[in-house]
Design a protein around this ligand. Structure first.
Ligand code: SF4
Length: 87
């Protein structure tokens, strides 16, 4: 199963995806894009939004890939926060 994902670390909040495809994207409280729907993933507007993103932040990934990606982000966040991963 595919899942739509925005890599927040790449998003610059330009709003292109939100204006092209409001069915799938909206701004979060930080002004960055967030996915609001995982339905209708073959829509033309979604393809346009993905191609229009200037930073390549939008991905259509397999569920497993998205899960692995978020796991990596979580561990790097902990490292940046100087919290030991294990004590
Ligand atoms: S088009 Fe890309 S950079 Fe612009 S708001 Fe959407 S995800 Fe962020």
């Amino acid at each position: 199963m595919d899942v739509l994902d925005v890599e927040k670390s790449k998003c610059i909040g330009c709003g292109a995806c939100v204006s092209i495809d409001a069915e799938h994207f909206d701004f979060d409280s930080d002004g960055l894009s967030e996915v609001i729907s995982n339905a209708n993933l073959k829509s033309e507007n979604l393809q346009d939004a993905i191609e229009s993103c200037p930073t390549g932040a939008i991905r259509l990934a397999k569920t497993d890939e998205a899960y692995e990606s978020s796991e990596k982000e979580d561990s790097s966040f902990q490292n940046n926060d100087t919290v030991p991963a294990e004590s």
